[in-house]
Design a protein around this ligand. Sequence first.
Ligand code: CMC
Length: 438
Amino acid sequence: MSDQANNNEKTFTLTNDETGESCKLPIKTGTHGPSVIDIRKLYAETGHFTFDPSFTATGSCKSRLTFIDGEEGILLHRGYSIEDLAGKSTFLEVAHALLYGDLPNKAEKEDFEKDIRYHTMVNEQVHYFFRGFRRDAHPMSIMCGVVAALSAFYHDSLDIWEPEQRELSAHRLIAKIPTLAAMTYKYSIGQPFMYPRNDLSFSENFLYMCFGVPAEPYVMSPVLADAMDKIFILHADHEQNASTSTVRLAGSSQANPFACVAAGIACLWGPSHGGANQAVLEMLAEIGTKDRIPEFLARAKDKEDPFRLMGFGHRVYKNMDPRAGVLKKAAHDVLEDLGVKDDPLLEMAMELERIALEDPYFVERKLFPNVDFYSGIILKAMGFPTSMFTVLFAVARTVGWISQWKEMMEEPSIKIGRPRQLYTGEPSRPYVPLAKRK
Ligand code: CMC
């Protein structure tokens, strides 16, 4: 029940049906989206915690960065629509908006790009880390290690209470993670690491570090560089998702930003989150031919079968993921530029999408294609192995993670995140000495 308190603050009254006791909780309203019930005094006033294990109805923080309307399929960064950003801006412009609040003007853009470029190289010692890994290690396992290791190298930007050091760490992370990601790829295929080229744009340089070789000049495709930039923009931030919440929670303990982002990378790895783009391609390969789609749809609907249609469904979007729409078009552009006609994977993805969108199971549950459904097809066409897909997601999401971390650190006070629980274990019982245990 919602009512109006004396001081004009909207409140929500919670009543215990058994005792009749009630508690008035303030309602807080944001710019867009549902308002929230501020339960911070709930335990002190009622002795109860709330119970929301997967955070389906919990706002964990205030944020000015990203807004999602899952029902309408809207995604805004700093108020700008994702369609505008992906169609008209560069990735580093979006990074500037996320970090500082606005798209940069011309001078700010030049300064920001120069700052990021300045930090693209990694300490030469980092190269030795790679040698410790097996060549067939999953690239995300290497990323978890080498990104965490950055905190061992950049001691001059680890003081989280100094705004200049926080900014320096943010720039270093945005600049160096692409270099580390490309090194991870080169290591896996036994090719030499390519040093960054600061005359190239962010995405051009990334493609160069991945696909260039010292023996010959690298020919850049503007269509591929543009598609890479779009993929990075579309993955830059996504509100309080699992990995971003991980970064914020790690940061709330005052851990350094390199360690926090490494925690985010670990969380992103799972197939329910960033690992889904790899899982989509593996699923398409497993389906193999269009005539087998009904068989796999039946499996996805069978509650006894753990199989899920990868790239479908989203915790927040109950409509088309706006990022999937942009990528569907980009997939066609990339395949055309590469001269790929009638790509069987793309055809199968489109057929799967068509059939699933007509199927009552998917319609009733509002399961639409998400960002990962088309990104894998583009990345594969570009030449990336599936194991690198989640790494590319991490390159882009670093901007969101570090912007969210920066926002949290700029709050007037920071309190460690510490959820509580509903204990369902044994009640208190007497200790039994070993000799008497049955
Ligand atoms: N295939 C088949 N059934 C599904 C799927 C799917 N992909 N997704 C959800 N469902 C069903 C689910 O079984 C449940 O059915 P019922 O109500 O009969 O029990 C209903 O839809 C609601 O699902 P849920 O598991 O309660 O939804 P959730 O919000 O917990 O899960 C999700 C969201 C993304 C983890 C899930 O949709 C999923 O596993 N999708 C496939 C993996 C994927 O594509 N992940 C990428 C997400 S986007 C990128 C990112 O954010 O990292």
